[in-house]
Design a protein around this ligand. Structure first.
Ligand code: DQA
Length: 155
């Protein structure tokens, strides 16, 4: 299957490996990129893997995906980290995107503090993958491939 997947990571995920390892584990963001890239390459997908601590930068990157989706099958996988629970700007950008959207988290926010139960990303996501740690990154790429294939079949 051909297609592009933007796997975008939000604030503090650059600290993975050192940051609250009892919650987020010991793998670094580079490890997660390697896992995701391996799965994307097996599935024949081009992977754009990025991280930013800045809300507007994440919006800019979603807008890049919006532009690409006009000419090529494109999916967005988003671990918006804390912006998941606060960002209407990210939700609005996702609403302008025409393609599969997968919300991703390493931890299961529903087992944590109550403020993590609210997700703005979920209001636009086709599906949510949470609580599987680093495995979730490979699963999310797999899910993106399946959703892109379903869209191609329906077209
Ligand atoms: C997270 C969960 C968020 O609640 C938190 O703010 C993060 C990481 C996760 O991957 O489990 O920074 O998105």
């Amino acid at each position: 299957m051909s297609g592009r997947v933007h796997l975008l990571n939000g604030p503090n995920l650059n600290l993975l490996g050192q940051r609250e390892p009892e919650i987020y584990g010991r793998e670094t963001l580079a490890d997660l990129e390697r896992r995701s890239a391996e799965r994307a390459s097996t599935l024949g997908l081009a992977l754009i893997f990025r991280q930013s601590n800045h809300e507007g930068v994440l919006v800019d990157w979603i807008q890049e995906a919006i532009a690409e989706a006009r000419s090529a099958p494109t999916a967005v996988i988003l671990n918006a980290a804390a912006y998941t629970h606060s960002s209407i700007a990210i939700l609005d950008a996702l609403k302008a995107f025409d393609g599969p959207v997968i919300e991703l988290h390493l931890s299961n926010p529903h087992r944590r503090e109550s403020f993590r139960k609210r997700s703005f990303v979920a209001e636009r996501a086709d599906g949510v993958i949470a609580g599987f740690g680093p495995l979730g990154y490979a699963v999310a790429v797999e899910a993106a491939a399946a959703l892109l294939a379903a869209r191609a079949d329906a077209a």
